[in-house]
Design a protein around this ligand. Sequence first.
Ligand SMILES: Nc1ncnc2c1ncn2[C@@H]1O[C@H](COP(=O)(O)OP(=O)(O)OP(=O)(O)O)[C@@H](O)[C@H]1O
Ligand SMILES: [Mg+2]
Length: 144
Amino acid sequence: MIKPDGVQRSLIGEIISRFECKGLKFIGMKLIEIDEATARKHYEEHLGKPFYEGLVQYITSGPVLVGVLEGDEAISVVRTIVGATDPKEATPGTIRGDLGMQIGRNVIHASDAPVSAAREIDIYFDGDELLTYRRIDEAWLYEE
Ligand SMILES: Nc1ncnc2c1ncn2[C@@H]1O[C@H](COP(=O)(O)OP(=O)(O)OP(=O)(O)O)[C@@H](O)[C@H]1O
Ligand SMILES: [Mg+2]
């Protein structure tokens, strides 16, 4: 998910491009506004933490781009491209390392495990919004 700061700062193209160029395949994508209940559900693992209310406010403060990516080891590959949670510590070359300044404005969210990916995809997408198709360059991205 490209968070509201990423959308407002016109970083959608820059961010999508990094995943595309890597070889990951978008199988779903849409621009939405998250309501408060959905935000609380998404980040329920952080309920009770000091930053929780601010996080809910942040994520509901403007449009976000939600997307689903597919590819070999997609979750860990995406997390590597996204970088550490705090942009100040994130390695240059990562999205957060290149494009952010503060942990509370870290531009992007990425699912951290297959279970959370499935849960989060279910929050934002209906089954018929996810597509099955081949990228024409798959034969060159993968050995077989
Ligand atoms: N100490 C903090 N202060 C402010 N915001 C925080 C803090 N820790 C985490 N957050 C916010 O909560 C989000 C969720 O934290 P989490 O620990 O799950 O990090 P993450 O998995 O790297 O990020 P995300 O779940 O958004 O992909 C962070 O992306 C950040 O926006
Ligand atoms: Mg997380």
